[in-house]
Design a protein around this ligand. Structure first.
Ligand SMILES: Cc1ncc(COP(=O)(O)O)c(C=O)c1O
Length: 452
């Protein structure tokens, strides 16, 4: 017996249905937004639609155009928009009690139990979870405090290409200069070292070189900084360009953290909850982190919730050691439980693995006749396609042109990469085979027409 509807029944349709976009109602709302909303608004500049409704892996705009959603609210809607199995429980919890600070509720304790069950490696059954503020950045802040509190040290180490969020501590770990410009100084003693390039990259940064740089920050007496309290790493870099590190990297980080009494914090905010075909991307590398940060898909329905799951030996802080008013969003908690149940019951980890292989296979085939495709990579439904120009330089304009053509033909895609030259595909895990095929056809056509 499976729970909730079959994945085929979650969507408006299996194919997009788009007239000329943006339509008049979208244009009107976009214009109203430009007049009153912040200049910081970013997404509608690239994908100019006003949203009306969304179901499964489909989105309907204010003019009734239906799109296939290949970015899932940037990795939030793993079980699809408005999944009824999730929403029924969320709505009923909302009627009962919504805001619970950190008083016990069934939703809270059941969610923690579930997270302890699906946690990577040795964290299973021997971990605790702390909820703080509701965003991924808040989870990262919590993990920084956890590492400092447990080691008595201040420094933090992260990687070039990293994205960990935008609050002061998280922003210190984020590597993108555009996010930091004008806001320094942030945390003192935050260092960034190279992240290894994906397997097979010519003249790339090897695992050995990356690990050597990390080790020197801890062990070189003239390394330039106090030994860090922890190492923060995305198991696959998302914003950085869907960079899949070769085997050996996470294990090497594990060893260095152990040798230096530092915490290994793996940021699973974008990679968690089945995105890569395992519950957490750490599982691909058989490494047990000391802590994982979670947000995005954790709440199941898009309601915000963030948290840190860490080994119980680090649960050394006292009452109030890490707090936040919005640490008890019960509807998001029950949504998280339902989403995990739905993923389990519909075997979406295998489904994500299979569809991801199919989609990457299609782009790899296209790459044979498209020299602008420099690389196709990822795991599960975390897919990156890297583009270069005829001189081998990053082709961010090309990615933007492809994105626009996809949008005009009914598929919403996003970009990534240090230079914005990677097409990032992170559809809901409930994407059907037919949607994967139709969507990939449209993306391949957009690549063809933008490169010829
Ligand atoms: C790996 C990773 N960490 C942290 C964050 C920050 O999360 P939030 O935007 O919810 O603060 C993100 C957001 O994209 C992310 O991808």
């Amino acid at each position: 017996m499976t729970v909730g509807p079959a994945i085929d029944d979650l969507h408006f349709s299996q194919e997009p249905d788009v007239d000329e976009v943006p339509g008049p109602k979208s244009n009107e709302l976009l214009e109203r937004q430009r007049n009153v909303d912040s200049n910081a608004v970013a997404y509608p500049r690239r994908v100019p639609i006003a949203l009306d409704e969304a179901k499964g892996a489909t989105i309907r705009d204010a003019d009734g155009n239906t799109f296939l959603d290949f970015f899932a609210g940037i990795g939030v809607l793993n079980v699809g928009h408005s999944n009824p199995y999730v929403l029924d429980a969320v709505k009923s919890q909302l009627d009962d009690v919504a805001h619970t600070i950190d008083f016990p509720t069934e939703a809270r304790i059941d969610l923690i139990d579930k997270l302890r069950e699906i946690a990577p490696g040795g964290l299973q059954g021997s971990s605790n979870v702390v909820f703080g503020g509701p965003s991924g950045s808040d989870a990262i802040e919590g993990s920084i405090k956890l590492a400092k509190h447990n080691t008595g040290r201040q420094g933090v180490l992260a990687f070039e290409g990293a994205y960990h969020g935008t609050t002061a501590g998280a922003l210190s770990l984020t590597a993108g200069k555009k996010y930091k410009k004008g806001y320094s100084p942030l945390l003192a003693d935050a260092v960034h070292v190279p992240y290894p390039d994906p397997e097979g990259t010519e003249d790339g940064i090897s695992v050995e070189r990356a690990l050597d740089a990390v080790q020197r920050k801890f062990e070189d007496p003239y390394g330039g900084h106090e030994s860090p309290a922890g190492i923060w790493a995305e198991p696959i870099q998302g914003e950085g360009g869907i960079n899949v590190p070769p085997q050996g990297f996470l294990q090497g980080l594990r060893d260095i953290a152990d040798d230096n009494d530092a915490l290994l914090v793996i940021d699973e905010i974008q990679t968690g909850f089945g995105r890569t075909g395992e519950w957490f991307a750490s599982d691909h590398y058989d490494v047990t982190p000391d802590a994982i940060t979670m947000a995005k898909a954790l709440g199941g329905s898009g309601l915000p919730i963030g948290g840190v799951l860490y080994h119980e030996k680090f649960d050394t802080w006292g009452p109030g050691g890490h707090v936040g008013t919005f640490r008890g969003n019960a509807p998001a908690m029950i949504g998280g439980i339902r989403a995990i149940d739905y993923i389990e019951s519909h075997d979406l980890l295998s489904h994500a693995t299979e569809l991801g292989e199919y989609i990457r296979g299609r782009f790899a085939e296209l790459a044979e006749t498209t020299p602008e495709i420099a690389d196709v990579r990822g795991k599960g439904l975390f897919v990156g396609v890297e583009f270069v120009d005829e001189d081998g330089a990053p082709a961010d304009d090309l990615v933007e042109a492809i994105q626009t053509r996809c949008y005009e033909n009914g598929v919403l895609v996003w970009s990534a990469g240090r230079h914005g030259n990677v097409l990032r595909l992170i559809p809901p895990l409930v994407l059907t085979e037919q949607q994967a095929e139709v969507g990939t056809n449209i993306i391949c056509d957009a690549i063809d027409s933008s490169t010829n």
